[in-house]
Design a protein. Structure first.
Ligand code: HEM
Length: 299
């Protein structure tokens, strides 16, 4: 952060400039009413600034803006003055005003003051040095105000960013933990399917050939889909996208297995027709999703 001395050095603002501004004080005083009127006419002409004015204590606001205007010509520009400017930026952020309107308003003030000098000083050189002193002072004001403005806005973003990134990290870890648990659960279920497959094979050796083969086939299908599911989950853990197609595939395979078992159980026709119908619908859904994925591939 700069001191007022730094600022004066950077803008080449000399003691002579300070004295020149002091000489403008009586003229500013004389035109104070006009300044206030024009400034507020301007602020009320813009819907955004008018809305802020309508929500403020107008008399107090007018006094603050008039005091600031007169402070431009006080002749003493020390760190106390700088603190006053710093406060202004903060005050406007709190009032919910975009810095854009501070810049635009400063442009109007500049026009007003330069016009005042042009209208009241006939000497060209005098006009030039007065204009320069005013320009430097307004630019220094805008510099400090916008710096404190940015700081105040950064503070707001920084606090929410910290909270945001904490929440995002916590949620990401939680989701990662859940995915990990899911992969472990899938591995556990897969082991059960392997056991089921062995059990089905045992049926073949016990002489129940047809049941054994069909059930083993069903279990193998499920095992194959479990592998697909785990593969999909692992990809997900590594940052890949969730692939819904695998899940539809799992349901299809489960349905095929159910149909195989249903024929073995010799279920009635309605049950078998219901299973076949469900399988057909799942097949159509699978086709539609895979078709959509071809158009918008999953990473
Ligand atoms: C170059 C432009 C401007 C300057 C130099 C300026 C100056 C000031 C000053 C000195 C204060 C008092 C700050 C304090 O000590 O607390 C203030 C407050 C305020 N200004 Fe401005 N102002 C400018 C532009 C605007 C604009 C465009 C608006 C739009 C409506 C505005 C609205 C306000 C409001 C609402 C407050 C009161 C904040 C509070 O209640 O604390 N100002 N302004």
């Amino acid at each position: 952060m700069f001191t007022m001395q730094d600022l004066r050095a950077h803008y080449l603002f000399s003691d002579q400039d300070a004295d020149l501004l002091l000489t403008l004080q009586p003229l500013a005083e004389l035109n104070l009413e006009r300044f206030s009127r024009e400034f507020y006419d301007y602020l009320y002409s813009l819907p955004e600034t008018a809305a802020i004015l309508n929500n403020s204590n107008r008399a107090r606001l007018r006094e603050m803006h008039i005091n600031w205007f007169m402070s431009l010509f006080c002749g003493i520009y020390d760190n106390h003055y700088m603190n006053h400017l710093t406060r202004i930026g903060h005050a406007h952020v709190k009032a919910g005003l975009s810095v854009h309107f501070v810049n635009a308003a400063m442009n109007q003030i500049r026009h007003f003051l330069l016009g005042l000098i042009d209208d009241n000083y006939s000497d060209r050189e005098q006009r030039r040095i007065l204009r320069e002193a005013v320009e430097k002072m307004l630019d220094m004001n805008l510099d400090v105000m916008s710096t404190s403005y940015r700081e105040e806005e950064m503070k707001k973003v920084f606090v929410s960013r910290k909270v945001e990134s904490f929440l995002i990290k916590a949620t990401e870890r939680f989701t990662y933990g859940l995915n990990l648990a899911l992969v472990l659960a899938l591995a556990g279920v897969s082991i059960s399917v392997v056991i089921l497959f062995i059990w089905d094979i045992l049926h073949i050796f016990r002489g129940d050939m047809e049941k054994g083969i069909l059930s083993a086939l069903g279990s193998l299908l499920i095992l194959w889909m479990m592998i697909e599911l785990m593969d999909n989950e692992i990809k997900n853990l590594k940052g890949g996208k969730f692939n819904i197609l695998v899940f539809i595939g799992v349901i299809i395979v489960a349905m095929i297995r159910e149909i195989l078992i249903s024929t073995l159980r010799k279920d009635d026709l309605t049950t078998q027709a219901f299973l076949a119908g469900t399988l057909l619908i799942l097949g159509v859904v699978y086709y539609l999703v895979s078709h959509a994925q071809k158009e918008h591939p999953v990473a």
